[in-house]
Design a protein around this ligand. Structure first.
Ligand code: PLP
Length: 354
């Protein structure tokens, strides 16, 4: 049999993170409800290490091409990365990063912990110019919810050349569509709550790195800050990861087809789609029209979050923390894996009604 390093990612998603093979061994890592393990082994205590964490991490690590660490949420993973920034350090971040990331950085800046330079991620030259002297380049592409696509290979090379640690929030693209470690990113971050787990039933985060020393530093942050994931969440997220490729392929095909069908609907001022992935933005002229469109839908569910098997959507500016440069009428659609015709019938009726 071919060595594991030769397996395709679809195969790794299914085969990694399995318990040892012996007669009557369970095929999946069972959910282990234990806070402590017999002394003298590798696990010791569930805040240090855990069998369900290991199984999830082995699989995600294989998909991203690095070593993964699971966290209680995407924000817990983000907090561990930001905790590595030395006091007084400067962080470069896209203006349209996920609102929680921006809020956490601003709160650290307000406390005098670090300083923040916000950049327009589409202006590659300006981002590169902001890098020298920074401690961390936080990158997100495509951005949530503006759907801007950064020139990641150029930005990551520039960060490396400037000696700036780089992290890419890869939540929207997933390792099926984009693997930033291969472009030289130091850290990949995920809200595994979204497409990785994929069924809108867990909150979970992850970091993936290649460098052993950085892995150890982040594992220490997790241990000391305590943002560990629970066994049930890890089990469910790993179950989701097994079908990631299938789900991303189907949801992306659905998204592209819906953009093709509705891209020039007269009710829409603009449709944003990065040409890959399952997230689309319909931009209406104002908040009122956007809200009426949402209320008219029957199959699509009005809910925050994204990346589930079911199609959901929301007007992002309903959140007070959302950037004021996101249009009031922007509705973020997370396209699921239903039949595209059923999704389209619902959209058509709702768009025609506003
Ligand atoms: N990054 C992105 C792009 C997100 O969409 C989210 C959540 O919406 C997060 C980070 C935060 O992740 P979590 O909600 O799992 O803490």
């Amino acid at each position: 049999m071919a060595g594991r390093e030769n397996f395709h990612r679809e195969t790794l998603a299914v085969s990694a993170g399995r318990p040892a093979h012996y007669p009557d061994a369970p095929l999946n890592e069972p959910v282990v409800f234990a806070s402590a393990f017999g002394a003298g082994g590798e696990l010791e205590y569930a805040r240090y290490n855990h069998p369900n964490s290991r199984a999830f991490e082995e699989t995600l690590g294989a998909l991203e091409g690095g070593h993964a660490l699971a966290f209680a949420s995407g924000m817990a993973a983000t907090a561990a990365v930001i905790d590595l920034v030395p006091n007084g350090g400067r962080v470069v971040v896209p203006r349209h990063s996920y609102l929680g990331t921006i809020a956490l950085l601003h709160s650290a800046q307000n406390a005098g912990r670090l300083s923040v330079t916000e950049v327009d991620i589409l202006d590659t030259a300006a981002v590169v110019a902001a890098l020298p002297g920074a401690a961390l380049a936080w990158l997100e592409s495509p951005t949530n919810p503006a759907l801007e696509v950064a020139d990641l290979p150029t930005l990551l090379a520039a960060a490396h050349a400037a000696g700036v640690r780089s992290v890419v929030d890869n939540t929207f693209a997933t390792p099926v569509l984009q693997r930033p470690l291969e472009w030289g990113a130091d850290i990949v971050m995920h809200s595994a709550t979204k497409s990785l787990a994929g069924h809108s039933d867990v909150v979970l985060g992850a970091l993936v790195v290649r460098d052993e020393e950085l892995h150890a530093e982040l594992a220490t942050r997790r241990k000391l800050l305590g943002g560990i994931a629970g066994p049930m969440e890890l089990y469910l997220a790993l179950r989701g990861l097994r079908t990631l490729s299938l789900r991303v392929e189907r949801a992306s095909a659905n998204a592209a087809e819906l953009v093709r069908r509705f891209g020039s609907h007269p009710a829409l001022a603009e449709v944003r789609y990065p040409d890959f992935g399952s997230i689309v933005a319909f931009v209406f002229a104002d908040a009122d029209r956007a809200e009426r469109f949402i209320a008219a839908l029957e199959l699509w569910r009005h809910a925050t979050s994204l990346g589930g098997v079911e199609s959901t959507l929301e007007r992002r500016r309903r959140h007070p923390g959302e950037s004021l440069s996101i249009p009031e009428g922007l509705v973020r659609l997370s396209v699921g894996i239903e039949h595209v015709d059923d999704l389209a019938v619902d959209l058509q009726r709702a768009l025609d009604s506003v």
